[in-house]
Design a binder for this molecule. Structure first.
Ligand code: GLU
Length: 467
C-alpha cells in the first residue's frame, strides 16, 4: 500500500441520468478506496450552467445511494469553486506558466483554415505566448503555456504506458474571456484541493490527462495515479447508447426491476474479473478489487446476463424486502396485502428474473372474482376440465384443515378416482385459481388464497360461462 492514504472521486457532469458507465466508474472508485482504507469523494461538475440541471443532480445522488455507493463527506459542487479556479489561473500567469491571450475570432479562424488546408489538427499558436502588452480594454482568455519540447508518458493502471509528444498539445484555454474556468482547469484544481490520489474514469478522458498534467506540473502539485477504464458497449459493439435500450440506472431500478446488488455485481464483472467468480458479494469485491485486473477492451452489455444475476439475488433476498418492492409495484401497500405477498414470496421468487415478473406473478393474489382468464389459458377450460373442477371443488370443500398437506391429499385423490394424472387436475385448477397457465405450485396457490376464495374461484369456472 502507498504511504499516502488513497483518495478517489467520482466526478459526474449532471446533464442527464446516472449512466451505466458512470455507475461502473463510481463503483470502481468506491471499491478501490474501500479496499485501501481510503476515501471516496463525490464532485458534481456543474460548471456548464446550461446543461446542468437539478433533476440530473438528484438522479445521480439517488442512483449512487441506491447502489450503495456512499461517498465520504459532502458532495463538492464545482461551480461554487469558480473563484478558486480563477485564482489558480492568476497564479499560473504570475509563475509564467499561463498567459493572457487577445487573439481575435478572426485570427483563430485563420489558423483553423490553415490547419484544415494542411490537413493538420488545429493547434493554436498564440502571438501572446511571450508578450503581455495586449489591449487592456479588450477581452482576453487565459491560456496554458504548454510544453512544446519532449513527451509525457502516463503509466496508466489500466491502459499501460501511453506517450504523447508535447508538440501535439496546444495552449488550451484555462479561463474564458468572461473569467469562467474551463473544465480542464477546474478538474485539476478540484482534484488537487480534494487530495485525490487516484483518478479512475472513463477512457474517453485519457487524452485529457495529457492536457491536465501540464497544469499539475506547472503548479508543482503531486501527480495522481491514472486509470482509464474502457467504455461499455452494446451487443453490436457500438458505444452503449439509448438505441441499445435503457442506459440510465433508474430505468434498471424502476422499469426493469433489477436489484441494486445485482446491478453492482454485473457492473463489477463487466470489465473486471477475479478468476471464475461470477457471484461476488460486496465484501468479497472490497477485498479483491484491483486495477490490474480491469480489462483494456471495451466490454459488451448483456441484459440476459444481468437478469440471470438478478434472478440469483432475488432468490437470496429477504421475503419482507421483496414483498415491499412488489407491493409498491402493484399499488397494494396496506398491511394485509404486504403480509399476503410476503407469505407468497417463497413460492413466487424461484421463477422470476426481475421485480416486474415477480409483481406480475403475484397479481393473482388480488384478482377479483370472477377472474378474467388469459387468452392462452382459456382453451384449457373445456367441458372435461370443468367437470374435473366440479369434482375437485367437492373434495376440497370437504378438507378439514386448509393446509398444503391436506390439500395435496385431496387433489391427488380426485385424480386417482377419476383415473387422471395429477397434472390433468392441477392444470384446470391453476387456470381457475389464477387465470393463467403458469403459477406457483397449485397447493401453494390454494393455501395462499384460503378456503373461501379458492372454492369461490373454482365454482366460478365449473360452468361454461353464459354467452
Ligand atoms: N465530469 C466528467 C464526466 O462526467 C468527468 C471528469 C473526470 O472524471 O475527470 O465525464
Amino acid at each position: 500500500m502507498s504511504a499516502s492514504p488513497v483518495v478517489t472521486r467520482f466526478a459526474p457532469s449532471p446533464t442527464g441520468f446516472l449512466h451505466l458507465g458512470g455507475a461502473r466508474t463510481a463503483l470502481f472508485n468506491w471499491l478501490y478506496a474501500r479496499r485501501h482504507g481510503g476515501r471516496f469523494l463525490l464532485r458534481i461538475e456543474d460548471t456548464d450552467r446550461v446543461r446542468s440541471t437539478q433533476p440530473a443532480i438528484d438522479a445521480i445522488l439517488s442512483g449512487l445511494r441506491w447502489l450503495g455507493l456512499d461517498w465520504d463527506g459532502e458532495a463538492v459542487f464545482q461551480f461554487e469553486r469558480a473563484g478558486r479556479h480563477a485564482a489558480v489561473a492568476a497564479q499560473m500567469i504570475e509563475r509564467g506558466d499561463a498567459y493572457r491571450c487577445w487573439m481575435t475570432a478572426a485570427q483563430i479562424d485563420e489558423q483553423r483554415a490553415a490547419a484544415k488546408a494542411a490537413n493538420q489538427p488545429l493547434r493554436i499558436r498564440s502571438p501572446w505566448r511571450e508578450r503581455d502588452d495586449g489591449p487592456a480594454d479588450q477581452p482576453f482568455v487565459v491560456r496554458l503555456k504548454a510544453p512544446r519540447e519532449g513527451a509525457t508518458t502516463i503509466d496508466d493502471q489500466v491502459q499501460g504506458p501511453v506517450t504523447v509528444q508535447h508538440a501535439e498539445l496546444d495552449d488550451l484555454v484555462l479561463l474564458r474571456s468572461d473569467g469562467t474556468p474551463t473544465y480542464m482547469l477546474a478538474v485539476v484544481v478540484d482534484d488537487q484541493d480534494m487530495g485525490v490520489t487516484h483518478v479512475i474514469r472513463g477512457d474517453d478522458h485519457l487524452n485529457n490527462a495529457f492536457r491536465q498534467l501540464p497544469i499539475i506540473r506547472a503548479m508543482d502539485w503531486p501527480e495522481p495515479v491514472y486509470a482509464h477504464v474502457p467504455m461499455i458497449h452494446g451487443a453490436d459493439g457500438g458505444k452503449l447508447s439509448k438505441r441499445h435500450g435503457a442506459v440510465g440506472v433508474e430505468a434498471y431500478r424502476d422499469e426493469l426491476g433489477i436489484l441494486p446488488e445485482a446491478l453492482d455485481n454485473y457492473l463489477l464483472r463487466l470489465g473486471w474479473g477475479h478468476g471464475d467468480a461470477e457471484i461476488i458479494s460486496r465484501a468479497e469485491a472490497t477485498q479483491w478489487f484491483d486495477l490490474a485486473a480491469v480489462g483494456k477492451a471495451p466490454s459488451r452489455f448483456d441484459l440476459k446476463k444481468l437478469e440471470n444475476l438478478n434472478g440469483h439475488y432475488l432468490r437470496e433476498a429477504g421475503d419482507g424486502r421483496l414483498a415491499a418492492l412488489v407491493a409498491a409495484r402493484l399499488g397494494m401497500a396496506d398491511d394485509p396485502a404486504l403480509d399476503l405477498i410476503e407469505r407468497a414470496m417463497p413460492a413466487l421468487k424461484p421463477r422470476a428474473a426481475n421485480l416486474g415478473e415477480l409483481a406480475d406473478a403475484a397479481r393473482f393474489l388480488f384478482a377479483e372474482r370472477p377472474l378474467p382468464i388469459e387468452a392462452d389459458a382459456a382453451p384449457l377450460l373445456d367441458g372435461d376440465a370443468r367437470g374435473t373442477l366440479a369434482r375437485a371443488h367437492a373434495a376440497l370443500d370437504a378438507v378439514g384443515r386448509w393446509d398444503t398437506e391436506a390439500l395435496e391429499a385431496a387433489v391427488r385423490a380426485v385424480a386417482q378416482v377419476a383415473g387422471l394424472k395429477l397434472g390433468e387436475v392441477a392444470q384446470p385448477l391453476r387456470v381457475a385459481l389464477t387465470g393463467r397457465r403458469t403459477s406457483p405450485g397449485i397447493f401453494d396457490v390454494l393455501a395462499l388464497l384460503g378456503r373461501a376464495e379458492s372454492l369461490g374461484r373454482i365454482a366460478d369456472q365449473m360452468e361454461e360461462p353464459a354467452r
